[in-house]
Design a protein around this ligand. Sequence first.
Ligand code: MV4
Length: 511
Amino acid sequence: MAAINRILIANRGEIALRVVRACRDLGLSPVVVYSEADRDSLPVRLADAAVPIGPPPAAASYLDIDAILDAARRTGADAIHPGYGFLAENPEFAEAAAQAGLVFIGPTPEAMRTLGDKVEARRLMSRHGVPIVPGLQDRAADVASIAEFARREGYPILLKAAAGGGGKGMRAVRSEAEIAPAFRAARSEAKASFGDDGVYAEKLLEQVRHVEIQVIADAQGNAVHLGERECSLQRRHQKLVEEGPSSALTPGLRARMGDLALEVTRASGYRNAGTVEFLVDREERPYFMEVNARLQVEHPVTEMITGVDLVRAQIDVARGRPLAWRQESIAARGWAIECRILAEDPSSGFRPHPGRIAALRLPAGPGIRIDTALQPGDEVSLHYDALVAKLIAWGADRQEAIDRMLRALREFVIGGIRTTIPFHLEVLSGEDFRAGRFDIGWVEREIGRLGARLEAGDAEAEAAAAIAAVAALEARESARQAPATATGPSPWALSGRRALMQGRASRPLGE
Ligand code: MV4
């Protein structure tokens, strides 16, 4: 048992705040590191201590291992939570933390290394009877070995970086003539992104769904799975909507994939919360893709349907406690959907849209959870991920979850930047989503049609944001002059501006 009293959070934004809250719930002391861009952020305000570690670029702050370990030492932290992204899946960081006497809240460096090498992970899983996509057993030595594989399996094939993951450095190949240039491009991209030019080939699966299984494993070798999340609605490997359960799974397939995920966990000696990623084809066959050896952005979907606090579970297994559950004690209840609210403009090809938050109205009410560190006045910069909030809706069934999500999206106002809220409104009110009719290519195929509808709605959305900004100022003003409001016009009277706002909120969708 490793005693943990103070956790240093090596991250920022909503996930830093999520871990701060878990620490409070557990009676532990949260400390954060922050870059100059995040000095006034909510996690910095709410932590027991906050240590500046450098200028805004991540390479000079959130990726600076020495600065982070130094902050841990100076604040007397005994553990490190890496969140997701940045150093979360860096075995050198996990190792350096252990060397410094800190508990790393994540997998062992060995498991991280095994799972980080896709060729090695595929071989291991194949030995354990986990289905993998037909592909090369080794890194490709030359064009000829790829051509031979493709002649055997047929086109199209997909070149992947051995050190890759999350879709980086992949190249689809549809004929023999394309192999040589694709191989060259994939190698140099892999080298540049991962410092390792190893590339291998798989058969390319098309019209598939991305379904992932959440697992949690302790240091004693116990593991349970917490069901699946459907993550097919994505664009350029940025997930946009996730839900659980997946409407693509039958009870039989769900049970089988749960067992497979546990086999993957055992085979790799995994400890920590983790996600086993599969593609599921139209014949309902699952294929192991990779393990995400960290807490994931979309973990609240699973928390909402199982009631399990995954960050708490991570901390508990890291300090050596055995899992509090057996598989039979885990039950999924109802349906949860997450919309990733990004500072990107969906009407212009998801162009990043930085800016100052001029107004903020967060939705609430039955079944709604929001994970965000956003505060009015915050500057959304280009230095980091565009994710500004995660909106999660729970319902007793899928229909209720969708309806609550739509209600919350209509309440949500973020003034000063453009966001993906209009995109989510269009998707969730559309026929395909309601019918569960989508695959990993859906957003790319539909974005043209969606874009046209979004442009039409833009002027209105922008006006609403500006109005919210004015309304927020007025509300503060009238609160300060409390007696005057009794005689003056009621702040709740339907002024022209308020009426306009409500008009936007009640506009029927899909027009
Ligand atoms: C694939 C694939 C099709 N065939 N492998 C992307 C993320 C990484 N974990 C693996 N990825 C894919 N691997 C074969 N053999 C398609 C993808 C893929 C994808 C997977 C899940 C969710 C979205 C995706 C978008 C594009 C490609």
